[in-house]
Design a protein around this ligand. Structure first.
Ligand SMILES: [Zn+2]
Length: 129
């Protein structure tokens, strides 16, 4: 390479120009930037076992308490729990719409009285404690 100051030829490895003494800019070898160490995300992505899903579903099925857990676990840190809980909301919504439509159809067709009679007969036939 050539000296930046006087233009004399400098041999590789020299730190100063042999002609004028100007320091030779050292070409630094580019060091590979170390990959940022990712924190283990095992907790956030930990898979749920089939029994885990079963347990969650059972939990959500409990009146009132289940709803509470549904709301809380919709924001769970574990992505699998979070997604499962949110999908449960969708299933609940579909179930609610079906129940509303079903009830409306029963009333509209005039079968609601018969259904109510059937249910009350069923209740009476249950063993008393
Ligand atoms: Zn020089």
């Amino acid at each position: 390479m050539k000296c930046l100051s006087c233009g004399a030829e400098i041999e590789n490895g020299e730190k100063f120009c042999t002609n004028c003494g100007t320091p030779v800019p050292q070409v630094e070898e580019k060091k590979e930037a170390p990959e940022p160490v990712k924190k283990p995300e095992r907790k956030r992505h930990r898979a749920l076992s089939p029994w885990g899903y079963f347990g969650l579903e059972f939990l959500y099925f409990i009146p009132v308490i289940g709803l509470l857990f549904l709301i809380i676990l919709s924001f769970s840190r574990n992505i699998n729990v979070r997604n499962f809980t949110r999908s449960y909301w969708c299933a609940l919504l579909v179930f609610l719409i079906a129940a509303i439509v079903g009830t409306a159809v029963l009333y509209a067709t005039g079968y609601s009285g018969q259904v109510i009679n059937y249910i009350s007969e069923l209740m009476q036939s249950l063993p008393k404690f």
